[in-house]
Design a protein around this ligand. Sequence first.
Ligand code: PMT
Length: 396
Amino acid sequence: MGSLANKRILLGVTGGIAAYKSADLVRRLQDAGASVRVAMTPAAMEFITPLTLQALSGNPVHTDLLDTGAEAAMGHIELARWADLLVVAPATADFMAKLVAGEADNLLLAVCLATAAPIALAPAMNQGMWRKDSTTDNLDCLRKRGFYILGPADGSQACGDIGPGRMLEPLAIVEALEPLFSTAILAGKKVVITAGPTREAIDPVRYISNHSSGKMGYALAIAAAEAGADTWLISGPTNLQPPERVTLIRVTSARDMLEATLAAITDCQLFIGSAAVADYRPKCYVDQKIKKDDSAMLLELERNPDIIATVANLPQRPLTVGFAAETSDLAAHARKKLDAKKLDAVIANDVSRSDIGFNSDNNQVLLVDREGTEELPLMGKSQLARLLISKLAGKL
Ligand code: PMT
């Protein structure tokens, strides 16, 4: 059982087409061991009936703030106290605006206002609504107030549009909720993680880089922060949102990354190099755009510093863990890197596969250290990150 086992979760459903997924979410939360109650806004009942959610959750569904009978059975304050966690999925733009304003004119809003439990929101709306400044401002405000925002995902929408605003799938929501209850296995520890690609400039408009999205490193930073660590994330250029409770330092080149890493490494107990650092950079940077002509362009490259090897050679080194991006013989290459870079562990992934590694939401790795090699199954990067963090915490 994961960290949702025996937790009391109040699922709030608001009025969006994604409400049909809430029925499945009830089941997925129960599968994770949680006890689930459901509260619906009046608009939600236009999309899915309380009867469906009652049958699935095994509990009466809470819909009405002004129903004396329902309030007598379990009133909104009792409900607010009962929940270990509130999850609003889908959370419409309108509902989030009302949360920002502190409104409480329906049962779910009143519970949100009254509860001391953490609240997670899984936004769902049309991509145009999602991109509006008012929505962005409301989300920023909710994040600052400590709400957890899960998603949304990108893709085709019920209205025919394509873009961000799809509610995360129920399983992804459950996966994102689990860390909220994780134990403080890294409390009092400082963890530094590198993530993403580096860019090595050729001229003001061109650079050498690679396919790293930063997803793996960001997932590790989120997992380390959830585990209570003072977490520092040194990130090359990515399109990812800054993780909450993480000190994010943005860098561009390998040399910037080395400098930021060395500045952050003091008093650090665990360093994880998940960045895809460019091994080479152009020997000469040309400060004007290079004009093309008919001849071939020759680019002379020189070696970049090795960040993780530098950390591993520090007199007071942290537990130093590298990733290995391989396309064949994972275990053998990982073990060579373990020795050559004097690492404590190497996490090897096959970057020739399109379903894992670079830019994918999933990964499958070998964990190689001096004691042996452990093959971990294919899973989401967030889930893998939590597993790796718990294993590495055990080595500290
Ligand atoms: O970012 P994503 O899209 O989620 O993809 C994740 C990932 C595939 C980038 C990640 O899982 C991964 O494999 N990261 C390591 C990529 C890499 O550079 O591997 P490598 O085998 O070339 O390097 C071995 C180790 O040395 C790595 O820890 C790397 O960070 C480090 N290194 C490499 C070169 C260098 N100059 N300095 C370094 O510190």
